[in-house]
Design a protein around this ligand. Sequence first.
Ligand SMILES: NC(=O)c1ccc[n+]([C@@H]2O[C@H](COP(=O)([O-])OP(=O)(O)OC[C@H]3O[C@@H](n4cnc5c(N)ncnc54)[C@H](OP(=O)(O)O)[C@@H]3O)[C@@H](O)[C@H]2O)c1
Length: 248
Amino acid sequence: MDLGLSGKTALVTGASSGIGAATAQLLAEEGTNVIVSYHSNEAGAARTADAIRDLEREAWLCQMDMTQDKEVEKAIAALPDDARPLDVLVLCAGEATSMPFGELTPAEWKRIVDVNLNGTFNVLHTARHLLSDNAAVVIVASVAAHTGVPHHAHYAAAKAGLVNLTKSAARALAPKVRVNCVAPGMTLTEMGQQTAASLPPDYAEKKLLVGRFAEPREIAQSIVFLASDASQFVTGATLDINGGRDLR
Ligand SMILES: NC(=O)c1ccc[n+]([C@@H]2O[C@H](COP(=O)([O-])OP(=O)(O)OC[C@H]3O[C@@H](n4cnc5c(N)ncnc54)[C@H](OP(=O)(O)O)[C@@H]3O)[C@@H](O)[C@H]2O)c1
């Protein structure tokens, strides 16, 4: 199956590590040139860019704190001409913190909603002018968006907002642009490993039909599918990638 990604250009937020880095790598393997967007992990972003260049694809770095709308505007405006238009926009950056509901302060609620929901909106809203005809946007939410999580109430609420933002943006940007979402379950990135360490050792075996947590590349594969021509008839959808979590 030809994914139709060769020679295209993608911007991937959160590409300095984890799922975003795996997605940038996989897009490059499919022949896509990639803008590697990151916040503070410059070394991680450089590693991702090097891996893309090793595949003889173009890579550009794009640093921004996506919670700062003016900073996002500046970073997007500074993208070089040969990195435009954007055929693919993957909004993967996010942050989770864990704390009992009773200890969740309004400041921490706001901070996490800012990163995951408002930050994603800032990038999507700013970059929409750069999207090509037939572009695809993929937003990364979480299984928490559907289930709610007592220790991640702020994060879960923000991710639920992204599922809904996907639908609004799909309506607003159709038919030129498709907008879809993925809702991954626990994935063994640094962020995921921290959460996994706080769970009972047999959690995956008992809770997931597949009996294990995901590898970042397994999530990236679904993201790349939604970014590709192979999903031309899919828009406004959220794809659950959770190893059958909801079925146990
Ligand atoms: N891992 C899981 O189990 C899991 C499960 C479901 C959903 N997810 C979601 O998947 C996405 C990727 O997670 P991951 O596990 O790969 O995490 P990760 O390795 O910690 O990556 C998070 C990325 O987000 C970027 N980021 C954080 N705050 C930012 C900000 N203010 N502005 C711009 N970029 C910012 C980070 O940039 P710097 O490091 O450069 O600062 C980093 O590249 C997140 O949206 C997460 O919520 C993860």
